[in-house]
Design a protein around this ligand. Structure first.
Ligand code: GDP
Ligand code: IMO
Ligand code: MG
Length: 423
């Protein structure tokens, strides 16, 4: 038995979906424990591209069970759309292989409206959210006014509670000049969604514990990344959940003592979508990657901001998540460069910092301290064994290990399942 948490070590989109897909082969149960359909996880296998938002990437493997845990905020219409798209690609989804926690909170259409209204009000201080209603749904949860998934199994109670919430939130939407949610039409659509999803809804904490007792392996698929964590991220330019390893426990009901390993996923460079500080941002790298057709968001299609690898961030993420291992993805993105830079420290008002400062304003004011490495200038995408990597690429990875304090255990040299190397 071995239970592993996979988390993002940067600002999301590190390639968690691909790494989870790779690790699922030796896993029985794959659990999502935080976030919602703000996530977009890309998996490419045998030339087919799958994009997952709420459903764990493990669904692409036959015979594995996937769990949407209590820490997730679940948009029923979004989930049904995702199920339909995956089924059209030949993926089997049944109440036996996709379980949804009874206590996960629901994302309702008014949450999307509120997300939009709050972003508009922030003006040029906007967070650049995915517009999926995530912040308002978590706000309702914490404020103790949320609706939980178990209601989908109690249609009459659900309809009554939903009408009440629509009334309440429509007042705010009206005041903000945003379109109100039509009450009866929404209730009808949600009751239909409830009928479809109800067979999947269960006590997933009990399921996970039974699976552990039966000697099964669990894999926790992180969503977003360490610097989007509501506590540890670049607040307020963050998402509204705990995206770090602790969130996997609270978001599933599986306690910390049952976790055996944490794998942090990081790109060989850095990307970010949405607003907020980004010390190593570099337009030339962005242009290079975008010209290669890479680094466009899987959920919103937005071009991602790009820059050099920031080892200060990854080192701190290794600490916060208790990561034993690093999975470095997209090393092939740096293939064409004569020189490759790594940010090893920051300077802020004349002082050298080895970990990120605690405010977004201070992080914005930090200057990167770079060290320069010679590029390997070789196409890595066809390499099948770690040992066959060019020495300069190995040296780069060795330096990443030294700077971050975690061992590189997996390496991505292309987007496909078979472009993953074991170090
Ligand atoms: P996630 O949200 O962490 O699952 O990451 P995304 O799927 O949003 O973004 C990662 C992007 O990088 C996707 O387009 C993946 O197909 C791609 N990707 C992942 N690993 C590699 C890699 O090693 N090389 C290349 N070229 N692409 C990769
Ligand atoms: P995956 O799981 C990258 C970002 C948004 C925005 C901020 C808040 O694919 O790595 P939200 O809609 O959550 O309120 O937006 O968080 N964001 C992500 N960025 N990858 C993600 O997920 C993200 N999920 C949210 O762009 O800056
Ligand atoms: Mg993503």
């Amino acid at each position: 038995m071995s239970n592993t948490i996979v988390v993002g070590a940067q600002w999301g989109d590190e390639g968690k979906g691909k790494i989870v897909d790779y690790l699922t082969e030796n896993t029985d149960v794959v659990v999502r424990a935080a976030g919602g359909n703000n996530a977009g996880h890309t998996v490419i296998n045998n030339g087919t591209k799958y994009i997952l938002h709420l459903i764990p990437s493990g669904i692409l493997w036959e015979g594995k069970v996937c769990v949407i845990g209590n820490g997730v905020v679940m948009d029923p219409l979004g989930l049904i759309e995702e199920m339909n798209k995956l089924r059209a690609q030949g993926v089997k989804i049944t109440p036996e292989n996709l379980l949804i926690s009874e206590t996960a909170h629901l994302v309702m259409p008014y949450h999307r409206g509120l997300d939009q209204a709050r972003e508009a009000k922030r003006g040029d201080k906007k967070i650049g959210t995915t517009g999926r209603g995530i912040g308002p749904a978590y706000a309702d949860k914490v404020e103790r006014g949320g609706l939980r998934t178990i209601l989908l199994k109690q249609p009459e109670v659900f309809a009554a509670e939903l009408r009440e919430r629509i009334d309440l939130h429509n007042e705010t939407l009206r005041a903000a000049g945003v379109a109100e949610v039509p009450a009866e039409e929404t209730v009808v659509r949600m009751l239909e969604a409830a009928r479809i999803l109800a067979p999947h809804i269960t006590n997933t904490a009990v399921y996970c514990h039974e699976a552990i007792r039966a000697g099964k392996n669990l894999l926790f698929e992180g969503a977003q990344g360490t610097y989007l964590d509501i506590d540890h991220g670049t607040y307020p330019f963050v998402t509204s959940s705990n995206t770090t390893s602790g969130g996997a426990c609270t978001g599933s009901g599986v306690p910390p003592r049952m976790i055996d390993k944490v794998v942090a996923v990081a790109k060989a460079y850095t990307t970010r979508v949405g607003s907020g500080p980004f010390v190593t941002e570099n337009e030339n790298i962005g242009d290079m990657l975008h010209n290669m057709g890479r680094e466009f968001g899987a959920t919103t299609g937005r071009a991602r901001r790009c820059g050099w690898l920031d080892a200060v961030l990854v080192r701190y993420a290794v600490m916060i998540n208790g990561a034993d291992e690093l999975a470095i993805t997209n090393l092939d993105g740096l293939d064409g460069l004569d020189t490759v830079q790594i940010c090893t420290a920051y300077t802020l008002r004349g002082e050298t910092l080895n970990h990120p400062p605690s405010t977004a304003a201070d992080l914005e004011a930090c200057e990167p301290v770079y060290e320069t490495h010679q590029g390997w200038r070789q196409d890595l995408s066809g390499i099948k064994n770690f040992a066959d990597l060019p020495p300069l690429a190995k040296a780069y990875l060795k330096r990443v290990e030294e700077l971050t304090g975690a061992r590189v255990s997996l390496l991505g040299v292309g987007p496909s399942r078979d472009q993953t190397l074991v170090a």
